[in-house]
Write a protein that binds this ligand. Structure first.
Ligand SMILES: Cc1cc2nc3c(=O)[nH]c(=O)nc-3n(C[C@H](O)[C@H](O)[C@H](O)COP(=O)(O)OP(=O)(O)OC[C@H]3O[C@@H](n4cnc5c(N)ncnc54)[C@H](O)[C@@H]3O)c2cc1C
Length: 623
């Protein structure tokens, strides 16, 4: 193995992009994963029931901080003003610092609060119910900024140096994206090369959309370092560095502004010959992308809980409005069309909370591999949250489209759903867009099959590899495939779930069907399956629905035991959610084999080739 200087600006092929992503994957599944098993046709209820409860001592420890945070949000945060002025007042930032909100999960020995993932999520839930820009600030700092990768991969010296500063409120950021690097990091152009004295790295490049960048004291910067040559082939290396913003050569070039999150301190960051001491490499040279992916396993849990908070806020808004607003002789909530939306919102909010909380609890308890669960939580909750907001705007009618300031000015309650909608939309794009999350989940879901049968179905394999792959496949699938058709998932199995047992049994049956469908898709499309994203996405969506159903049933059952009054209501919501989810699962299964994917793709290519320009006629040509 040798190293080559990293040469900038070379077009990256699809194969190289895949190679970089594959190299960053965690190859091993060292701990059980509920969702991975679902995709393999196995329902492991033992992993979610008994429900992983939060430690009562931890709840007591977190309470004073959460109380303080609630007070700050209630009395000091004016979100309409923040939205209007695009700034978070210093008083709020100082208040957050004083509470320790920048070091929620930083261990106590380094000056942080040392709280758990679930406590952190409870804090984010409080903040998200009030202000999206504040959520983004805290989340970019703590879920992807310096504290989390430092906790997971930092050396003792790095921890001693940076944790106390971070815990006291030094804001941090995460800089990966570049103009040509969005979802696909292989084309990264920011370069770090060893300095002549060998004591440092010299960093050059530009990063786009770096949240907190304009305020950050510290940031994790991803950069290409010299490639390695393995078996005659160049392997691109990406390395993570801790960079201090007051070092010579670090510059904020522009503060970006967006549709929502008006007070986001998001910037274009320029690095010109920045000397980064070699001690500031995080984890190891070449491990940057893997570090980012592992960090995101728990980092991704911020957006799911933030979506829950928004769901709860929307429920509150529609409960008040649909009772109060009378049209056609009755409150609009009594009209079936509106009632259908409200019932669905309640059921979905419950399921979203179950999904987010279960993932957080799994992260805290340890002993689970939650990369798939967290990815589904991010995808599922942000998509469901968006639908809830859309319905809330619709239920508010014209007032849903009006700004809070305008409502206030004409004497009405300043319900901020217009702002909530603007603030929320980005959640389907950053920290892994919905499309990329589908692909990530699909890749992990077929992993076992690729391990067994990859040599048979993937292109470019030798005859010998195919032969041994066939033998391996015959051994595995000879048992596995028939067993995905057989299995007892009828009464009385899962009777401990009481009135929800039927849904749990459905999840078990549907998981077997999902596993068969993954297998059938691999047989039908072979190596082309990765190109059939619409097919893959349906499989992933089924997995997402089944996980949400299982989480909802487990949480309702736990609440029934621990809080009988709300527990009965929880069972009702879980039941409605599961009934609706079954309908969606059926439709996705049906769509696997009967769909319009091919003609739709064809028309899209025609559009892109300009063959439907006739349809765009009648428009004013814009500059
Ligand atoms: C407000 C805001 C804050 C941000 N904060 C940060 C930050 O703090 N740090 C940071 O590093 N980055 C940040 N980003 C960048 C963000 O993570 C990216 O926008 C995101 O990764 C998507 O990249 P892109 O916008 O370049 O889209 P692209 O990657 O160009 O994608 C465009 C569209 O194509 C889809 N797509 C791409 N590849 C595929 C594929 N293979 N198959 C199917 N569909 C595909 C995408 O899902 C998307 O819909 C931020 C962005 C915004 C707008």
């Amino acid at each position: 193995m040798t190293t080559t200087a990293a040469e900038p600006k070379r077009p990256v092929s699809a194969d190289e992009a895949r190679e970089v992503a594959e190299a960053a994957r965690e190859q091993e599944w060292a701990a059980p994963s509920f969702v991975r098993d679902l995709f393999l046709g196995r329902l492991r209820t033992d992993l979610i029931d008994p429900y992983p409860e939060q430690d009562p001592a931890e709840i007591r420890r977190a309470q004073p901080f959460l109380d303080g945070l609630e007070q700050l949000l209630r009395h000091k945060v004016d979100s309409d003003k923040i939205d209007r002025e695009g700034e978070i007042p210093d008083e709020v930032l100082q208040g957050l610092r004083a509470l320790g909100a920048f070091g929620i999960k930083i261990p106590r020995e380094y000056g942080g609060l040392g709280l758990s993932q679930l406590s952190y999520m409870k804090a984010i839930e409080l903040v998200s119910g009030v202000d999206g820009s504040l959520t983004a600030l805290l989340s970019a700092h703590q879920s992807i900024g310096v504290p989390q990768p430092l906790k997971l991969f930092g050396s003792e010296a790095q921890k001693k140096r940076y944790f106390p500063r971070l815990a006291k409120g030094a804001i941090s950021a995460f800089a990966l994206t570049e103009p040509a690097v969005g979802s696909d990091p292989a084309a990264m152009e920011t370069l770090a090369v060893p300095s002549e004295d060998g004591q440092a790295w010299i960093l050059n490049g530009e990063k786009l959309w770096c949240t907190n960048g304009t305020k950050a004291e510290l940031m994790v910067v991803m950069a290409r370092t010299p490639s390695k040559v393995v078996n005659g082939k160049e392997r691109r290396q990406i390395t993570a560095f801790i960079v201090e913003s007051d070092w010579p050569g670090v510059e904020v070039r522009h503060r970006c502004h967006f549709m929502g999150l008006k007070a986001l301190y998001n910037g274009v960051m320029r690095f010109t010959n920045v000397r980064v001491p070699k001690e500031n490499v995080l984890w190891d040279v070449g491990k940057g992308l893997k570090l980012a992916l592992i960090t995101l396993n728990t980092g991704r849990l911020t957006l799911p809980i933030s979506s829950v908070a928004v769901g709860k806020r929307c429920l509150e808004i529609v409960r008040e409005w649909a009772n109060e607003r009378v049209q056609w002789g009755k409150p609009i909530g009594k009209h079936d069309a509106i009632a259908q939306k409200i019932g669905t919102m309640a059921a979905n909010t419950f399921a979203m909370e179950a999904v987010a909380e279960l993932c957080g609890a799994m992260a805290d308890r340890g002993g689970y591999d939650i990369r798939l669960e967290a990815a589904i939580a991010k995808l599922y909750n942000s998509e469901a949250g968006w639908r809830i907001i859309d319905d809330t705007v619709q239920i508010r009618g014209g007032r849903g489209y009006e700004t809070a300031d305008s409502l206030r000015a004409r004497g009405e309650k300043p319900v901020p759903i217009e702002r909530i909608m603007r603030d929320f939309r980005i959640n389907l794009i950053f920290e892994g867009s919905s499309e990329i999350m589908h692909l990530f989940i699909a890749r992990e879901a077929v992993d076992k099959h690729l391990q067994i049968a990859g040599d048979v179905v993937m292109p470019g394999k030798s005859f010998g590899q195919r032969l041994s792959g066939l033998a391996r496949s015959a051994l595995f699938y000879g048992w596995w495939y028939p067993s995905r058709w057989l299995g007892w998932s009828l009464w009385p199995k899962h009777a401990r779930f009481g009135p929800l047992a039927g849904h749990v049994r459905y999840v078990e049956r549907a998981a077997r069907r999902l596993a068969r469908s993954v297998f059938h898709s691999m047989i039908r499309f072979g190596p082309k399956l990765e190109l059939r994203q619409a097919v893959l996405f349906r499989l992933v969506d089924v997995g997402g629905e089944l996980f949400a159903m299982a989480a909802a049933c487990a949480r309702a059952r736990w609440l029934e035991r621990t809080e009988p009054a709300s527990g009965r209501r929880a069972v009702e919501l879980a039941d409605l959610f599961c009934r609706q989810a079954r309908g969606r699962v059926r439709a996705k299964f049906k769509g696997l084999w009967r769909n319009e994917d091919v003609p739709t793709y064809r028309v899209a290519q025609e559009v892109l080739a300009g063959e439907h320009l006739w349809l765009e006629q009648g428009m004013v040509e814009l500059e």
